[in-house]
Design a protein around this ligand. Structure first.
Ligand SMILES: NC(=O)c1ccc[n+]([C@@H]2O[C@H](COP(=O)([O-])OP(=O)(O)OC[C@H]3O[C@@H](n4cnc5c(N)ncnc54)[C@H](OP(=O)(O)O)[C@@H]3O)[C@@H](O)[C@H]2O)c1
Length: 331
């Protein structure tokens, strides 16, 4: 099979398409014929050798995928070859075939295009577990989403709306905010228009928001923390803008809370919640409440370019890599 391979810690430009052995599924695993794999910011961190998972060389990036089950390992009960699926992966999605744990894999409805499924699991599952289980967002509450046109950010906007919240989307450009509005955001904040906290207070009658969703970190974390209402929660999922230090006094003053949310926690230690999240998201998709934004589809050889679009802050929604070409998708 062909795979986009990383031979040493470095940058996305070093990736090359090469021949690689087709992996064989072990117990509890499935082999997936890859249709579409979305790019994640964390792909760049893994390639640099700074991610918690450090795969043996050579490896392919790609932390999620959608395609067709080609083979099943021992002990896989709920999936058979031919099933259309989406899955969260440790890595390896930027290849013609890849391995996934069956417990991290979801069957998708016949009506769901493989491109939508490829754009789906990483962003929606990461944001769903963060918003629903860590942040415990309730209908009628307000939710501030930073990086609201990014992969996980745009998913959080839609999830907030599906849960019945008022969603305030924050991003760096008018184009990104237009994407957030098209996906349901009630109010929009451009960082360039002034202090984030002042803009949030103006939109909420001085009260602040009940919850903030933060995939960005850096100075924006502190502004979002200050934007919380009494009893507000901020859920931290990522640090593309730097790792903030948390001053405990600012939590006590208004009875605020900071929570971390990490998708692998749910996969490995709260599987019931992980599976319930996947099912609720697929139900919302079937009902038309959520729809991934796919801004570009690229061939395998341009996978590195896709990763660079995220690190250069030029992406909105999801960038897809199509290892087997676009012609055969969805039969
Ligand atoms: N904890 C978890 O379970 C989990 C799961 C998935 C992803 N993540 C993390 O979430 C973060 C976002 O991932 P993603 O795949 O959604 O990325 P993405 O699509 O690139 O979105 C990130 C957003 O952050 C903003 N941003 C601010 N400063 C940036 C910078 N210096 N470089 C790039 N973007 C910057 C950009 O929006 P503006 O231009 O509008 O500011 C961009 O849209 C990453 O840190 C990732 O590791 C965490």
């Amino acid at each position: 099979m062909k795979a986009l391979l990383c031979h040493a810690w470095g940058v996305a430009d070093d990736l090359k398409v090469e021949e690689a052995p087709t992996p064989s599924p072990g117990p509890g695993q499935v082999l997936i014929e890859v249709g579409a794999t979305a790019v994640n910011y964390a792909d760049s961190i893994m390639l640099a050798g700074h991610y918690q998972t450090k795969p043996p060389f050579p490896f392919s990036p790609g932390m999620e995928t959608a395609g067709t089950v080609a083979a099943c390992g021992d002990g896989v009960a709920d999936l058979v070859p031919g099933n259309r699926v989406m899955s969260i992966l440790p890595y390896g999605g930027m290849a013609e075939q890849t391995l996934a744990e069956a417990s991290d894999t979801f069957r998708i409805p016949e009506s769901m295009p493989i491109t939508d499924a490829g754009a789906f699991p990483g962003a929606y599952l990461s944001s769903h577990v963060a918003v629903r289980w860590a942040g415990r967002l309730e209908a009628g509450e307000s939710l501030l989403v930073l990086g609201a046109a990014g992969g996980v950010g745009l998913a959080a906007v839609e999830i907030g709306k599906a849960l019945g919240a008022r969603v305030i989307a924050a991003a760096s450009t008018a184009e990104k905010l237009a994407a957030a509005e098209a996906h349901g955001a009630d109010d929009l904040i451009n960082y360039g228009d002034g202090d984030l906290k002042e803009q949030v207070l103006a939109l909420t009658g001085g009260a602040g928001v009940d919850m903030a969703y933060d995939p960005v970190g850096g100075d924006l974390f502190h502004a979002a923390l200050s934007s919380l209402a009494w009893g507000g929660r901020i859920v931290v999922v990522g640090f593309v803008g730097g790792i903030p230090q948390i001053p405990a006094n600012r939590l006590v003053v208004k009875h605020r809370a900071v929570m971390g949310s990490c998708l692998p926690y749910y996969q490995r230690r709260a599987l019931d919640k992980f599976r319930r999240s996947g099912q609720e998201l697929l139900d919302w998709y079937a009902a038309g409440h959520i729809r991934p934004l796919i801004s570009q589809c690229l061939p395998l050889a341009r996978g590195g370019e896709g990763i660079n679009l995220l690190t250069e802050r030029r992406a909105h929604g999801r960038i897809l890599i199509l290892p087997n070409g676009a012609d055969d998708l969805d039969g």
